[in-house]
Design a protein around this ligand. Structure first.
Ligand SMILES: N[C@@H](CCC(=O)N[C@@H](CS)C(=O)NCC(=O)O)C(=O)O
Length: 202
């Protein structure tokens, strides 16, 4: 049976909600935020190196990112009610909102939340959060790219196109120092003629 790793007061509520809508049976594993830092506990790191909720484990699949998990669960359930049909125009509205939540809206909302804490108690949770995330994310990316040619395995995919511009910005900010696999990956994908055509347009 599928396991959902749930962190209190977190985005993993999204996944539990979807599982309930789908009537999909699941094991629930609860993790509690550190009462002082409000961060995820060590127990979550043992499930996935990003140590973020939600995470699901289903046989050989361990998956984080709530949007990806939603798609996975809908694919598994073969559900026709909680997303529009692939060949309908509504499907692309669905896809836009699905990605908008984490891809665009999350950044200003979470930043505002962390800045409101700063105003209240004078601590600097946003600074701490950014430093922690950069270390965590680029360590994870480096470990993946030291094992695979591309993000999703041996074949180039649209996931590589999504990741590249952010890695380029990270490189320009000096965040890829000592990340040799990431730098080699970037040099490799940037040799693609299609990338070069796109980049030449400014
Ligand atoms: N984009 C990710 C964000 C995951 C995320 O940041 N989860 C938060 C909870 S809402 C978390 O685990 N925070 C604990 C921590 O960073 O230590 C998603 O949608 O799953």
């Amino acid at each position: 049976m599928l396991t959902i790793h749930h962190l209190n007061k977190s985005r993993s509520t999204r996944v539990i909600w979807l599982l309930e809508e789908l009537n999909t049976p699941y094991n629930l594993v609860n993790h509690q935020r550190d009462p002082v830092t409000n961060l995820a506990p060590e127990s979550l790191k043992q499930v996935h190196p990003l140590a973020k909720a939600p995470i699901i484990v289903d046989n050989e699949i361990t998956l984080c990112e709530s949007g990806a998990i939603m798609e996975y669960l809908l694919n598994q359930a073969g559900d026709e009610t909680l997303r529009p049909k692939l060949d309908s125009p509504q499907y692309y509205q669905y896809l836009e909102w699905l990605h908008f939540a984490e891809g665009s809206l999350s950044l200003p909302i979470i930043s505002s939340l962390l800045m409101s804490m700063e105003t209240r108690d004078g601590t600097k949770p946003l600074d701490g959060y950014i430093a922690k995330e950069i270390q965590l994310d680029f360590s994870y990316i480096e470990s993946i790219l030291s094992q695979r040619t591309y993000f999703a395995g041996d074949s180039f995919s649209a996931a590589d196109i999504m990741m590249t511009i952010l890695l380029e910005i990270a490189g320009s900010l000096g965040l890829l120092e000592n990340r040799t696999s990431t730098k080699a990956y970037l040099a490799n994908v940037k040799q693609r003629p299609a990338y070069q055509k796109a980049a030449s347009l400014g």
